[in-house]
Design a protein around this ligand. Structure first.
Ligand SMILES: *[C@@H]1O[C@H](CO)[C@@H](O)[C@H](O)[C@H]1NC(C)=O
Ligand SMILES: *[C@@H]1O[C@H](CO)[C@@H](O)[C@H](O)[C@H]1NC(C)=O
Ligand SMILES: *[C@@H]1O[C@H](CO)[C@@H](O)[C@H](O)[C@H]1NC(C)=O
Ligand SMILES: *[C@@H]1O[C@H](CO)[C@@H](O)[C@H](O)[C@H]1NC(C)=O
Ligand SMILES: *[C@@H]1O[C@H](CO)[C@@H](O)[C@H](O)[C@H]1NC(C)=O
Ligand SMILES: *[C@@H]1O[C@H](CO)[C@@H](O)[C@H](O)[C@H]1NC(C)=O
Length: 196
């Protein structure tokens, strides 16, 4: 009896003590350096979404890399993506991101599909986006290299737990499913200089 009471009381206690680690998602305040810092190559590492169509997509993405390039004006970014969906590598180079500095919003426009996200973090190593579709939350982490430390991954997973995602609702990509880049020759010693 006493034991079960402690268990019952212990649960809310444990929950309240975990709350302080839930840092609120604060969008980045854009300045003149924000968009330039987004440019370049990124590897999509992990994502979670409660939005059913996005969730279906996350389930089949085994690997994804993307490059952000200057677009035709300063609030536009060209996107090239290469991703493995199920077994197949798909390359897309026609989509764009529209930047709304005033509300830290990025709108990805790919033919008829638009996806909107707030920029939560963008520094030299990581890109965190808070995707929103109606009231469905979504969060993704991309990084400059496929190598993300356990500590960083744990921190991000904790953030996802805070938003109400379970481990089963988090989808990781893996470098072992990497798609060859166009023109890439995997065995060559100059692979590193090609990356730069
Ligand atoms: C971005 O895309 C536009 C048209 O879609 C193209 O004219 C422009 O050259 C592209 N910029 C870069 C840097 O590729
Ligand atoms: C991936 O595989 C699933 C199940 O086999 C299938 O339903 C889905 O349409 C496939 N998606 C793509 C993009 O190939
Ligand atoms: C997109 O890919 C196509 C086919 O691979 C290529 O012809 C075209 O030049 C590419 N466009 C850009 C903007 O990279
Ligand atoms: C951000 O601002 C743009 C332009 O003012 C507006 O169209 C868009 O709805 C805003 N998005 C959000 C999420 O506030
Ligand atoms: C986009 O819309 C046009 C016209 O409605 C349609 O023909 C095309 O197939 C759509 N593209 C995609 C990728 O859904
Ligand atoms: C990734 O990390 C492993 C282990 O720390 C290291 O051996 C490897 O060289 C790293 N790869 C890259 C691309 O940084």
């Amino acid at each position: 009896m006493l034991a079960s009471l402690t268990l019952l009381l212990g649960l809310p206690l444990a929950l309240t003590t975990e709350l302080p680690t839930c840092t609120p998602l604060v969008p980045v305040t854009f300045d003149s350096g924000t968009v330039p810092r987004l440019l370049g190559d990124w590897i999509y590492i992990i994502g979670a979404s409660k939005y059913p169509p996005h969730l279906e997509e996350l389930k089949v993405i085994k690997y994804a890399a993307f490059s952000l390039l200057p677009g035709s004006h300063e609030d536009e970014v060209n996107v090239t993506e290469i991703m493995r969906m199920n077994e197949t590598c798909v390359m897309r180079n026609t989509s764009k991101i529209q930047v709304f500095r005033e509300n830290s919003t990025l709108m990805h426009v790919d033919e008829n599909v638009t996806a909107t996200a707030k920029l939560i973090q963008s520094d030299k190593d990581f890109l965190i986006l808070n995707h929103f579709n109606g009231n469905f939350p979504g969060l993704s982490l991309s990084a400059r290299t496929p190598n993300v430390s356990k500590e960083h991954l744990e921190e991000f997973r904790a953030q996802l737990h805070c938003l109400g995602f379970t481990d089963e609702e988090m989808f990781f990509t893996s470098e072992k499913y990497a798609c060859p880049l166009p023109g890439e020759k995997r065995d060559e010693g100059d692979a590193e200089s090609q990356l730069g």
